[in-house]
Design a protein around this ligand. Structure first.
Ligand SMILES: O=C(O)c1ccccc1NCC(=O)[C@H](O)[C@H](O)COP(=O)(O)O
Length: 261
């Protein structure tokens, strides 16, 4: 069993438990549920830098990254740095995150917020909206085409953007559909944790031009982004490279300033 299999098996149990505690009606009646969302895809199309900065305390591949950072401070630092949006890991068991992190980030900044989660049920999309997220992630490796279709259509009906993540051509080809906004290529193989931006380069030609192309994971230098841009990438999701420092916002600012040179 891979770590991804374990995460997904736990996720089904977690969602079933949450559904039994918090009914859908409570999510739909929350103040933030009616909030007008903002589009990350639009922000990326209009940006020259395209950075989506992540808040991640720990991960299965790296263990502890940053246990002491405050999500509000990091969100405000990222906003000051000029990122296009922020990805917030909400899985508790493997990443040390929670939906409260999305709420706190939402209260601190205006830019689009991605709920970074292993989504297997539309309930989690309602949770994302109720906690102030603008974007959800769907991972092709753990969903069928029909599931991607129904989950992405629910998200679109709520005004949320959808980032669909793939790691190989098969996942990409089964996933292309109009209810997606962004196609993300994860440079990290979630089964082996190997990281290489070559996969973003290899898959770029297979991504139709109507989707915003995002390269995710393992990006730690401006040079890597400059190499990926000619392949049509407009978004770059960066987590550990910022979060491992004492001041993730300051690190993002220095990175973006160097990228603009
Ligand atoms: O980061 C992991 O170890 C991981 C393991 C299993 C599933 C997902 C995982 N990460 C989620 C992400 O996609 C990354 O946090 C994100 O793309 C940022 O990556 P990085 O810049 O390498 O921190």
């Amino acid at each position: 069993m891979t770590i991804l299999d374990k995460i997904i098996a736990d996720k089904y149990k977690e969602v079933a438990l949450k559904k039994s505690i918090i009914p859908v009606s409570q999510l739909e009646n929350s103040v933030l549920f009616g909030r007008k969302t903002s589009s990350l895809a639009t922000a990326l199309r209009e940006s020259t830098t395209g950075i989506i900065a992540e808040f991640k305390r720990r991960s299965p591949s790296k263990a502890v990254i940053n246990q002491s950072a405050s999500v509000q401070d990091v969100a405000q630092g990222y906003e000051h740095a000029g990122v296009c949006g922020m990805s917030v890991l909400t899985d508790g068991k493997y990443f040390g995150g929670s939906l409260d992190d999305v709420l706190l980030a939402r209260a601190s900044v205006q830019f689009p917020i991605l709920r970074k989660e292993f989504i297997v049920d539309e309930y989690q999309i309602l949770e994302a909206k109720a906690h102030g997220a603008d974007v959800i992630l769907l991972i092709a490796a753990v969903l069928t085409r029909n599931e991607i279709k129904s989950l992405s259509e629910v998200a679109k009906s709520l005004g949320l953007d959808v980032l669909l993540e793939v790691h190989n051509l098969e996942e990409l080809q089964k996933s292309i559909m109009p209810s997606l906004d962004m196609l993300g290529v994860n440079n990290r193989n979630l089964k082996t944790f190997e990281v290489s931006t070559d996969i973003s380069k290899e898959l770029s030609n297979h991504i139709p031009t109507d989707f915003v192309k995002v390269s995710e994971s393992g990006i730690s230098s401006v040079a890597a982004i400059k190499e990926l841009k000619p392949f049509g990438y407009q978004g770059f999701l960066i987590g550990e490279n910022f979060m491992k420092t004492e001041n993730p916002g300051g690190s993002a600012l220095a990175f973006i300033n160097e990228l603009k040179k």
